[in-house]
Every structure is written in structure tokens, then in C-alpha cells.
Ligand binder design. Sequence first.
Ligand SMILES: Cc1cc2nc3c(=O)[nH]c(=O)nc-3n(C[C@H](O)[C@H](O)[C@H](O)COP(=O)(O)OP(=O)(O)OC[C@H]3O[C@@H](n4cnc5c(N)ncnc54)[C@H](O)[C@@H]3O)c2cc1C
Length: 473
Amino acid sequence: MILSLPEFGATAAFDVCVVGSGPAGMTLATALHAAGKRVLVLEAGGREYSDRSQEVYRGEVRGDAYHGLDYSRLRYFGGTSNHWAGRCRPLDAVDFEPRAGIDGTGWPIAKRDLDPYGAAAARILRIPGGFSDEPLAHGVERLEYQWSDPLVRFGPDYLPLFEAEQGPVLCLQANVTGLSTGNGRVTAAAVQDYEGHSAQIRAGSFVLACGAIENSRLLLHFDAAAQGRLVPRNDILGRYMTVHPHTRVGDVILEAFDPEAESFFALDAATRRELGLLNCQMAISEPPQPDSRARALAYDLACIAPGIGSWIWERMGRDLVCGAPVIATWEQAPDAGNRVTLSSSAADIFGIPAPVLHLHGIPEDRRTVRESLIRYGEFLARSGSGRVRMAPWLSDESAFPEGWLMGQYHQMGGTRMSARAGDGVVDPNLKVWGQDNLYVVGSSVFPTGGHANPTYTIVQLALRLADRLAPRL
Ligand SMILES: Cc1cc2nc3c(=O)[nH]c(=O)nc-3n(C[C@H](O)[C@H](O)[C@H](O)COP(=O)(O)OP(=O)(O)OC[C@H]3O[C@@H](n4cnc5c(N)ncnc54)[C@H](O)[C@@H]3O)c2cc1C
């Protein structure tokens, strides 16, 4: 059933109110509906894109360069899945572990806690599932990614479920702008549409599924309105944001390049554990450059590095790939300074302060990328298949490359999951610490982000939350 805000009866009763209809909210809502629960989905946007909803996503980025906040997310039915690319991969087991010497790493759950939801996540995302990476040599492995096909869009693909007589209830143009709380429980959500209608929505439990930046921003605003009584550790709220930095880290000279076999590489878990590294994926992109560049390089190298120079010279005239960029995507070290705060000067049409995203790189990130690239270079050299030239910024301790944090469109963190109330915003079951019936789902709960695209893990977490929540409703 699809209702507008004025159509809501004052007595409408729901077991659970899910805020947001992206992959996180939609997965949770459909799983709870299938479990026989009365589910309401509140979605801020309409069925289609509109400027007036999207403008609510405007915000500011401070620190290193990153995408505009109203560009890297979508605020309508189906959420950001309306323009996601469909690339999927689970996090690695080691991504959940504390990494030696890197503060703030380690999830309160392990990969084995999410694995039981892998098959269902694969069905939802329309991928084969059952990922396996290929061990190569010298601690390097080739990674497997899978692509959603046909590409799932959580809005249009799920509309028939809501249109059905017995389906869950969907309210579009329903902006959640406040939460009423008392005695450790949320009693109602304040909702407004764009025509000035408002309502107080009651439900047994409430789940925020608005994306990482918005989960943080809304909770920061709601907590301030509740004089700090909503989130016990509101000093952690909004912190430890990560975005999967993504940039050129070097060039390769290869014996051959197969454009059909797009390959992604990373260090295996044992090597990363041994070196105390975060996770870093490296990919060779771009077609081969003309042989003349290899010839010029060989002349240059003949004096300073005769071994490499003659290696290139011997291969001249073959299909040598010269200067193809190595692009890395990596996991950022948790840093409390990377955070979402509320603007003191800008607000949206509902009076909620705009988000400010603070981002900067730290030396631990550089060490991870440098060590990963060195080992990848060793692998290529020892197997006789190529050579790597490292980008100068990786060996220069003083500078990150300009625009280096032009990360992926993956925002994570802000409402991190923790084993103890003092260390995070939500518990391992995604319930806000100190609240009885308020939950958060999405990449905002990730304590760290590995390098894998986040949506597969988001869907696993939503399915796990449905399992945990259903018996409580
Ligand atoms: C261009 C692009 C390509 C991407 N490609 C990939 C990829 O290949 N693989 C991958 O894994 N990930 C990819 N992503 C990231 C992926 O889209 C997100 O991880 C995913 O959509 C997050 O799901 P979510 O449900 O947590 O949040 P969202 O999809 O952002 O959904 C949040 C929902 O909450 C609603 N909402 C917000 N505020 C309110 C409010 N106050 N009241 C009510 N509702 C509200 C929004 O309208 C929206 O519908 C890509 C992202 C972009 C931008």
C-alpha cells in the first residue's frame, strides 16, 4: 500500500518504521514483511528524482577533496541504488580483525557472523555469489568481483510489492525531521512533506537507513534536540568516517595486457597480518601505450637502472605495455577527525543543519598503499611479467597528491558498531546504545571499510538485523 502523509490515520499501528528505501532499508523492510511484521517505510523523496528533495543533501566538504555531497548520494525512492554500478564483493575476514598497531580497527562481529546471509544477499543483488580469490605468488592474490545483472534498482524493482494489497506500507515525500523519546525509547517520528503536511508516526521500533552521512547528520540533530539524551556517546557520533580513497599510485610496464581480463590485486590476509597493513586493492587500467614511450624509457633507464633498461630493451618490438596506470583503492585508518558535523550557517528546508564532511589522509594510509605496491611490484618482477614505477608522492612523507582523496562514492562510518557502550554508537545488533527500540543500518555502522564496495555488506547487515529484530517486534 502506498500512502501520502495526509492519508495516514492517527491510529495506524506498525511493528516497525524503516526510514529510507535504499538497499539497506528495502532489504530490511522486505525481510520483516516476509516474517509477518507490519512494516512502514518512510521515504523522503518521491518515485522519481526531484531537485527539492535532492537539495536537502547539500553539504560542505572540508579538508581533502571529495565529491559534492548532493552528487554522491540520491534522495528518492530506491536511494543511491538509482545510480549505483552494481559491483559487489564481501569484506575479507581480516577486515573485521584488529590490525596490529592501528587504533580503532576491529569489528565486534566477524565475517562468519555475516556469511550465513551471503546467499540471500546474492539473490537480492542478482549476483552468482560464492566469491573466491586466486592466490598468485609472493603474497599477492587476484580478486573476484561480481556485477549485479540485471542491475538491481531498489525503487522500481520493489514497487509492485508495495502496490499489492497485503504489502508493506510505503509513504513517499515523508521526511523524518525529529524523534520523540522518553525512558530510553523512541515513541514517535516527526514527519513532514513538501506541502506543509506533518504527522507523528508511531511504531514499536524505528530504524534509520538513510545512508552513512545522513544517519550521522540526523542523529546529531535529533540528539541535540533531545539535549543529548538520545545517543549516550554523542562525542563519537559522526566520527570515523571513511570513503575508500582511490587514485593513481604508479605505472607498470608489462609483457602483455589483456583488456578482456580486467584484474584486481591485493595482498593476501597472511601478508597483511604479518605487515600490519590495512586493505588495498590495485588495478591496472588503460590500454597499452605506443612502443616509442618504452624506447624512451629504456634509454633513460640504461644509465640509472641497467637491469630494468635491458629488460625493456630485450622486449622492444613485442606487445610491451608501457606506462599503464596502477590505480589503488584503499582502506583508511580509523581517524576520529574524519567526521560529519552540523553546519552552523546552512540548513535545509526543514531547518535541519546541513552536513559538513571533514576528511583528510593520515600516514598509516600511505604506508598501506606503499607496502602493497612494493609487494605487487616484487610479484611482477619475480614472475618476469613486468615492472612497477611508484608515484613520487608515496615515498615523499610530506605530501599527498592533489585531489588524492577523490575517493569512491562510498561513505562509511559515523555511527560505528562497538562491543562496549563506551566505544561506539550502535551495539553488535545495530541498536543505538542506551535506546530500547532505535536501530541504525547501513555503512554508517562499519568501524572500518576494507576496500570492497559496501553494498553487499550493507545487505548482509540488513538481513542479519531482520533476523535479530523480528522476534522482538
Ligand atoms: C555513482 C555511484 C556508484 C556506486 N556504485 C557502487 C557499486 O558498484 N557497488 C557498491 O557496492 N556500491 C556502490 N555505490 C554505493 C551504493 O550506492 C551505496 O552503498 C548504497 O546505495 C547505500 O545504501 P543505503 O540504503 O545505506 O543508502 P541510500 O541508498 O543512500 O538510501 C538512503 C535512503 O534514505 C532516504 N532518506 C534520507 N534522509 C531521509 C529522511 N530524513 N527521511 C526519510 N528518508 C530519508 C533517501 O531518500 C534514500 O532513499 C555507488 C554509489 C554511487 C553514488
